[in-house]
Design a protein around this ligand. Structure first.
Ligand code: PFF
Length: 455
């Protein structure tokens, strides 16, 4: 069934929107740390190989499902396999997972907004490094400010989604992605020029093959999946807005390259400054909300103006990067409600705002008043993150590759990927790509799934 629906303008618009989904906190707070911890340049090499052999084929498979079905993730598989009750029902995971992730992702988005406001108020420059570092714990455990920031962040993302695929998502990514690259470049140039920055550059570049173990592959693949927003319905949904004459492989490749480039630039923007300030690199929230403010505060003693500008730029960067990712998560739910019930996008966005807003309240409070509420010795926030990233995401990714490899006919997939044989390069590449989708990707996803439980 062909729905009347919006499309992204052209190749660049597709790449920028998908890159918007892909480029996010994962690039800023996990990638640089993983590179440093798991063998520097050797890890980057493995990351690239894993991306080319597994994540990129999976990415192409998701775009294929989206464009072929012309439906959002929830309905896409059922649309392509209309006789199967299983695939129809399975679509539920593809809308449930992104909404779950959006709920806690927007809590962190809220922290970024708050820190941006703090940077504008020159808080980091005015306080001593120790005070700034300690302030993070009391900030996240306080009930109100993080909640207000969470709702503000979510409201901004929902408002953009409400404006539509072209007028909202496409326009926002068209301006924000180039600006993100520019901002991270400015911070990078400054960071590597700091005294002692060389140690940070070495941390990222020094290839240490002795660090490479089988688990390195699992880490690299897991990170590459998360970074490319795979297994969450986002890429299927965005794929459904790709025009019929667009080259799926080229757009997917462009997205993966932008994502990798941004992650590497973020590494060189952050780690040299971390080493220059003489602190230990870490991953996760502590890196950007404790270590980085520490650096700004320390630099602020001698260079208050430069330090303030960098702090504002930095927190603006992570806020915008988190926004473009959160938008893609919200779009999955909005597109579904809009398609299924024909309700307008603003109304659908308002409903998603309420759902994610309420779930996010519990996530946010799990750092403060609800911190005693533990399930499987995890707080609510950590539990949702663990469940979504280590379980749901992998189940969904596995299902999509199995669907494209075994449920769709080879010729159908070939027609979609090569635009009915008109894209000569894709025709040549297709046998390899199809093999990777059908055999390599499912095995790799299974291996990460198993390794997540035993490593
Ligand atoms: N890819 C994003 C990142 O690297 O931060 C995170 C993300 C976005 C995850 C969209 C999942 C998603 F569906």
């Amino acid at each position: 069934m062909e729905h009347q629906r919006e499309n992204f303008g052209g190749r660049l618009a597709v790449i920028l929107a998908m890159a918007g989904s892909a480029i996010g906190l994962g690039n800023i707070w996990r990638f640089p740390y993983m590179v440093g911890e798991h063998g520097g340049a050797a890890f980057v090499l493995i990351y690239i190989v894993c991306t080319l052999l597994v994540s990129l084929p999976l990415f192409v498979a998701e775009v294929t499902v989206g464009r072929k079905s012309h439906s959002s993730a929830r309905l896409a598989l059922g649309e392509l396999a209309p006789k199967s009750k299983f695939w129809k029902a399975f679509g539920f995971i593809l809308v449930f997972t992104p909404l779950l992730i959006a709920s806690y992702y927007s809590v962190i988005g809220g922290w970024s907004v708050s820190f941006f406001v703090k940077a504008c108020a020159l808080d980091f420059v005015k306080s001593s490094p120790d005070v700034v570092t300690g302030a993070f714990g009391s900030f996240i455990s306080s009930p109100w400010t993080p909640l207000i920031a969470h709702f503000a962040f979510l409201a901004a993302c929902c408002a953009i989604v409400a404006c539509g695929v072209k007028a909202g998502i496409e326009i926002f990514s068209k301006y924000s992605i180039p600006v993100l690259f520019l901002m991270v470049l400015v911070i990078l140039i400054y960071s590597v020029s700091l005294p002692g920055a060389g140690a940070g550059v070495k941390y990222l570049l020094k290839p240490d093959f002795s660090q490479i173990t089988p688990s390195t592959f699992a880490y690299a693949l897991g990170q590459s999946f998360y970074s490319l927003s795979l297994g969450m319905g986002c890429i299927i949904t965005y794929g459904s807005y790709v025009k019929r004459d667009e080259n799926i492989v080229a757009s997917s490749f462009g997205t993966a390259i932008s994502d990798l480039l941004f992650a590497i630039m973020a590494g060189f923007a952050i780690m040299p400054a971390v080493f220059s300030a003489g602190i230990e690199p870490g991953a996760g929230p502590s890196l950007i909300f404790q270590s980085v403010p520490f650096i700004f505060s320390k630099m602020g003693a001698t260079l208050p103006v430069v330090s303030s500008i960098c702090a504002i730029l930095f927190f603006l960067t992570i806020t915008v990067a988190a926004m473009t990712s959160c938008i893609s998560l919200i779009e999955v739910g909005v597109a579904y409600l809009h398609e299924k019930t024909r309700m307008s996008r603003p109304v659908a966005s308002a409903i998603i705002f309420v759902i994610c807003g309420v779930v996010g309240v519990f996530c946010s409070l799990s750092f403060g008043p609800l911190s005693d509420l533990q399930i499987m010795s995890k707080g609510i926030f950590d539990l949702l993150d663990w469940f979504a990233s280590n379980v749901l995401l992998l189940i969904a990714a596995f299902a999509v590759v199995v669907f494209v490899g075994f449920v769709l006919k080879r010729d159908e997939v070939r027609d979609e990927i090569t635009n009915s044989g008109t894209l000569k390069g894709c025709v040549k590449l297709f046998p390899v790509l199809y093999f990777l989708i059908k055999w390599v990707a499912p095995v790799a996803v299974l291996l990460i799934f198993i390794s997540n439980f035993i490593l």
